[in-house]
Design a protein around this ligand. Structure first.
Ligand code: ZN
Length: 203
């Protein structure tokens, strides 16, 4: 399986990092070794002094597809959760300044914790989902999917032009504002509404 990630999908987050508002989805990937199951600790990697949490809604693909039209995209998923796109911001800034790919800063082992999945009813979609992240009990990020620049269905249409989507693939759909550095001893908890789906101790 693969993990497809969308960058700069919320205006407030693009602005906090002084990035331009994109006119099409910004796409990168993580390998399956980036996955961290919910409740497993996250170990800050030795190559970074500035690892940030990025809280994101994560969609699981349930059907193989390529060149999926937006109007049919909903048929390709029926479950979602929240995850964290851990980012070595110092390394990412270095790579960005040299015009190099981000993978070392974004796709390292354990950089993609994924929560417990919620099943969607047939009548439900992901157009109005509120989600939040606390660090040591304090809310640090909160967002709603209605504020995405590119909706889940638009993302599926776009990425499936380039990559065949397969059963079990995950799409991280971008983070709202509030990204910040994690420290040893932090405990991150991610929720959809009031439902806790992911708890990550930082070590
Ligand atoms: Zn992200």
């Amino acid at each position: 399986m693969k993990i497809i990630c969308i960058g700069r999908n919320y205006v407030d987050h693009a602005k906090e990092l002084n990035n331009a508002i994109p006119d099409e989805p910004v796409v990168f990937m993580k390998p399956d070794s980036a996955i961290l199951q919910s409740t497993k600790p996250f170990f800050i990697p030795s190559f970074s002094q500035d690892v940030h949490h990025e809280l994101e809604v994560v969609v699981k693909i349930k059907k193989v597809g390529k060149h999926i039209q937006k109007k049919f995209a909903r048929k390709y998923y029926d479950s979602f959760t929240v995850g964290i796109d851990f980012t070595a911001r110092d390394l990412q800034s270095q790579l960005k300044s040299k015009g190099l790919p981000w993978e070392k800063a974004k796709a390292f082992d354990g950089s993609a914790p994924v929560g417990k999945f919620i099943k969607l009813k047939e009548s439900e979609n992901l157009d109005n989902v509120s989600f939040s992240l606390t660090n040591n009990g304090e809310v640090v990020q909160s967002g709603n999917t209605k504020d995405m620049l590119f909706s889940v269905d638009t993302i599926i249409e776009h990425v499936s032009k380039y990559y065949t989507l397969k059963i079990g693939d995950l799409i991280f759909t971008g983070t709202p504002a509030g990204v910040s550095k994690v420290a040893i001893g932090d405990v991150l908890e991610a929720k959809v509404g009031s439902q806790s789906l992911l708890t990550i101790p930082v070590k």
